[in-house]
Design a protein. Sequence first.
Length: 740
Amino acid sequence: MSQPVEDLDEVLKNHKLSKEEYEDILRILDGRHPNIVELGIFSAMWSEHCSYKSSTKYLRGFPTEAPWVIQGPGENAGVIDIGDGMAAVFKMESHNHPSFIEPFQGAATGVGGILRDIFTMGARPVANMNALRFGTVRGDSDVAKYQRHLVRGVVDGIGSYGNCMGVPTIGGEVSFDESYNGNILVNAFSLGLVKSDEIFLGVASGLGNPVMYVGSKTGRDGLGGAVMSSDSFTEESKSLRPTVQVGDPFTEKLLLEACLELFQTDLIVGIQDMGAAGLTSSAFEMAGKTGAGMIMHLDKVPAREEGMTPYDFMLSESQERMLICAKQGSEQAIIDIFEKWELDVAVIGEVTDTARMELMWHGEKCADMPIAPVSEESPVLDRPVSRPKYLDEINVKTVDSYRAVNDQEAYETLLSNIEVSDKAWVYNQYDSMVQTNTTKAPGSLDASCIRIKENGKALSMSSDCNPRFCYIDPRKGAALAVVESGRNVAMSGARPLSITDCLNFGNPENPEVMWQFAECCEGIKEACLELNTPVVSGNVSLYNETNGVSVFPTPAIAMVGLNEDENKILPSTFQEEDAIVLLVGETKGTFGGSLYIKALYGETAGSLPGFDYKKELGLWELVIEANKKGLLNAAKDVNVGGLAIALSKMAAVSDKGISAVIEVAESRDIFDESQSRALLEVSKKNLADVEAMAKDLGLSVQAIGRVGGALVKVNDVELPLDKVKDVYFNTFARTIEQDL
């Protein structure tokens, strides 16, 4: 094997390894110093991005089981039973650092990576979503101009990759805050369908079974990407552009079809996507799950560039690649499938019984390491935590701490805020209707839905998180992200079942950031237990910090729910002239972390009140059961901007006016953000039945208005419907395109 590295201190610094971790490496290697290939492998596998060493302590308590959960965390994606021998496979992942450095390729390869996680499990991807956070985009500052550039690049990247793959992007969320000026967040979600008895796992076993490489050739793109994503940004970070992977959706489409053809055979034991840390993570994880060993001949790996080294092959993050553990004797049949789809394919090794990873280079051993300590025994850190000092200042503020604002002025300010604005400029660049199963598309409000052709049911999904809530109270804010995503799904008539998460935070070496993370995890655990919506997959992204400034804690949650009848998907916009609008739930004058305080006073402040899960579940039950009985025309949750904004959105999208009178303690409470509320549109003939159901569930209910007319009128504020539509539909495009 090659010699131990020289200038150890410098090499450890470049590989983001501590002296303590190096001592652990020496112990694992029985006192032998690692060579550069082995050190690179330890660096990648023990990076924050791959090992979750700062977060593992807090993730362990997540509820992960339910009768409908087939596969929880630990595989490429989570799997839930959706009846009739069918399963839904889904996951959300981050591609934050690459997207900030190179927005188009960073976002595109984020989509490519999450799609591979889905079809590696044997499922055909049928729906994508994304959760995007950007900084300040309004104004003429250099920061705003650059953020608009990032928005355009990220959206272009997502659309280009997803559209080429023929997978519809059916929903998502886009939000803005100056805390993301130095670190945007790009979280990609994908869901696929598979027969419950045809799920594949990322395992390698069986002495002598061949290990095969399929997909694109390996180059040097993405080299060190996992380590790059495990550090904060500085002014020099633009030099990291070579660590961003380059995607080719056309090759991935071929890889998808080839893999799905392969899955119809009985030729393989397991398959793993080469994601973060590339060949290193896929090989070590596959063997590590079974206790097997593996020998790989790196000179047999298809190469795209001249002069590549074993280090390059093991740590490249070139896209569109898979590692397969095949059954002995099946090599040629597998080669035939992938060559038919014009993809590279090669036998590069075999499974052994040594529990070690042996890497060969032109007949000579270039690395020899025990697998389990590398893949299963990465350091678990117990980082210091400290409650942030800023909370003492902001939690004591209430809405009364600020000067009074005229309600009409407040309404027009909130309506024109880009947090509220329709994002058609974004989702019109995505193909949302390909595969012809999308039944509730982007722009329809609340959850997005697809039909399941195989069993006549439908799936609803929603991605949600209010970072302002998480900033002023991480525990309650994270719990409310679970609640909000579930409520959106319930508003479509579907039963919320399970979540995937993408936990985006700042620098874990900052005790205040680790406190935020710990508190958010506790909030997610609490909400998932109370709502019976276990976590089946997820992702942690730390070091979202630039020059010492961390992003707001942003635990993005994607909820998936099941509707037993594809014909009973409930709209979220007005459907019938002269129908009655009911408000279910209590308006309590809650303004902590509200858009009202942010948009009018430029601050994120206040506190969050206690939360009643029983009332929330009652609201879900009301909408789901009333919808089954055909009693509802539409349902929309009340969220950012309160009742006035929720009614305005329903009016704008449906092109129907609304006149509503709501009983509130203060006139500004039409903008409050109290939880567990929904607006239900009901025909007059069904009014008494819905009101009776609500009261039986212990929910407050009041008729507040009628659909119709040329105005949007909520208590004392009003605008012509045409004006509301213009502001709602055009504000975002005017903002993002102002440089063009």
